[in-house]
Every structure is written in structure tokens, then in C-alpha cells.
Design a protein around this ligand. Structure first.
Ligand SMILES: [Zn+2]
Length: 180
């Protein structure tokens, strides 16, 4: 019992210290922001991880009940009657970020989309976890797909591929045909 009390005291002291002396300090906030930026820089490349993250977040979105939004009309406007987020156009920087991460290739079939469409206005950006499944309109939930793969995927559940592009020469370029 004594040990338990002592450890509780230590735990409480640590909690108070982190709450009052560390967490709320400006240097710690700056550090957290830097760590967050660094972690995002590393994990954004990992589509499989982005997929799992967004599956988790979609579960939270689907737990939101209509009554929870009645007091916040601004928030409610973002949701459909079915409780899914409304589709919104990603900002320009998000288009570019996803295009460069996926190296201009369809992440499923690998067709080279470079020069085939306008990066800023194309419909080739797919929600990894669909909005209908609770997915977010967030850069972490977007991937590059050719129209053929996008049409195929829309009939199937959430998903991405584990094929990661390399940024060097492309030894077997797909034949360039009409814009997909
Ligand atoms: Zn494709």
C-alpha cells in the first residue's frame, strides 16, 4: 500500500509537472510543433499507414450522431444527411503534395499520368477511405489514380497499394495513349 501511495505521488507529481511546467510552456509547444512536422514529413510517404490512420479516423466520424451536431450548425453543414462528410475540393498545395508523393503515377496500375492532365483541376485524386465510409477530405486521405482504376475502385471498399514509386529513371514506361 505504501509503495502504491508513493508511486501515486510520483505519478501525480509528474502529471502536475508536465501539465504546469512543461506542457504549457512555449518552448515545449514549439518542440511539439517541430516534432509534428517532422513525423508528418516521414509518414506521409507511407500510403499504407495513411490508409490505416484514415480507417481509424473514419470510425470516429461514423460514431458522430446527428444530435451531437445540432448545437453546432457550422459543423453540421459539413455533413450529409447520412452523416458523411460532404465532398470538398482539396487545396492546391494538397494536389501538388499528393502528385509528388505518388510521383505522377497511378498508385494501382502504375500508369504514368505526368503531362496527361492538369494537376490542379484533375479528377484523378481518390479518397483512400471513401467519404461514404466516413473518410475525410484531408491530404492524408488522398492518392493518385488513373480514371480507369478510380472507376474500378469506386465499386470496392477502401484501399491503396503498397507499390511505391521510385524517382529515378522509369525503365518500362507505359505506352502513352489518350489521356486517361
Ligand atoms: Zn490506374
Amino acid at each position: 500500500m505504501k509503495v502504491w501511495r508513493e508511486s501515486t505521488n510520483v505519478a501525480n507529481a509528474c502529471h502536475d509537472h508536465s501539465l504546469n511546467d512543461v506542457r504549457l510552456s512555449h518552448p515545449y509547444e514549439v518542440l511539439l510543433e517541430a516534432i509534428g512536422a517532422e513525423v508528418f514529413h516521414v509518414v506521409f510517404r507511407n500510403r499504407e499507414l495513411m490508409f490505416r490512420l484514415n480507417q481509424y479516423l473514419a470510425g470516429l466520424v461514423q460514431e458522430i450522431e446527428a444530435e451531437m451536431l445540432t448545437d453546432t450548425p457550422e459543423l453540421r453543414k459539413r455533413f450529409t444527411a447520412r452523416g458523411n462528410l460532404r465532398r470538398s475540393t482539396p487545396p492546391t498545395w494538397a494536389h501538388w503534395a499528393v502528385f509528388f508523393r505518388d510521383a505522377g503515377l497511378c498508385v494501382i496500375c502504375g500508369v504514368d499520368l505526368t503531362g496527361r492532365f492538369n494537376v490542379l483541376t484533375a479528377k484523378n485524386y481518390d479518397h483512400i477511405v471513401p467519404l461514404a465510409a466516413g473518410g475525410l477530405n484531408d491530404v492524408t486521405n488522398l492518392q493518385l489514380l488513373c480514371r480507369k482504376c478510380n472507376a474500378t475502385k469506386s465499386d470496392s471498399p477502401s484501399g491503396t497499394s503498397r507499390v511505391y514509386p521510385h524517382f529515378g529513371a522509369r525503365p518500362n514506361p507505359k505506352p502513352s495513349g489518350p489521356s486517361k
